[in-house]
Design a protein around this ligand. Structure first.
Ligand code: FES
Length: 64
């Protein structure tokens, strides 16, 4: 599903970037990919996807 229509960025792409770079802030994520840099309407959803993926990473690390 597309999260950022302006840049055609999907939730899958955001999750992949989070797994690869493990950003500490949304600004840091934005430095890795073009999201929320035009109209900004996707910022809230993109941040939620990032936070969800970061939580999943923590859960996986606790299991391993
Ligand atoms: S929808 Fe993401 S910047 Fe416009």
């Amino acid at each position: 599903m597309y999260v950022c229509l302006c840049n055609a960025v999907s939730d899958t792409a955001i999750r992949k970037a989070v797994r690869n770079h493990q950003p500490k802030t949304f600004q840091e994520l934005k430095s890795f990919m073009p999201v929320a840099d035009k109209c900004g309407k996707c910022a809230c959803k993109a941040r939620l996807v990032m936070e969800d993926e970061l939580q999943q990473l923590v859960q996986y690390e606790n299991i391993a």
